[in-house]
Write a protein that binds this ligand. Structure first.
Ligand SMILES: [Zn+2]
Ligand SMILES: [Zn+2]
Length: 137
């Protein structure tokens, strides 16, 4: 958890006005590895901010992704997931329980062919299958 003060600083450093909703959304995102969807963020924060609309969550997430404070994960055709961890790491999505797991990966050491002359903006590594819990049940 980054702490509210630090969260406000992060928003300010990107010239984003630190409204209550923005602070709480970013703070939640930084403190979780759940890779929540808009729906999940909304459900989580509604008890705390009863006036929070899904549109606000959606717009805030757009803003945070734009400012590089969060990442948008396009993993499959289901809802978009968000990640407060903007460092290099891979994702594994379980096809049964739907949970998204982080794993470490050295993306710079990843060998690719056929991208000579391309300028790469973003590197994502997605695996899918079944998590250990779903494998054993
Ligand atoms: Zn699973
Ligand atoms: Zn992640």
């Amino acid at each position: 958890m980054a702490g509210i003060k630090q969260t406000i600083e992060m928003l300010r450093s990107k010239n984003i006005r630190p409204s209550m909703a923005r602070i709480r959304i970013l703070d939640y995102l930084l403190g979780t590895t759940d890779h929540p969807t808009v729906e999940m963020i909304h459900r989580k924060l509604l008890p705390e901010i009863p006036t929070l609309s899904k549109t606000t969550v959606y717009k805030t997430m757009e803003l945070l992704v734009e400012a590089d404070l969060a990442r948008l994960l396009h993993m499959d055709e289901s809802e978009a997931h968000f990640d407060g961890n903007v460092g290099d790491h891979g994702h594994f999505k379980c096809k049964r329980c739907g949970q998204v797991f982080d794993f470490e990966v050295d993306l710079d050491a990843l060998k690719t062919r056929g991208l000579e002359g391309f300028s790469i903006d973003e590197k994502n590594l997605f695996f899918s299958g079944f998590c250990p819990r779903c494998c054993s049940s």
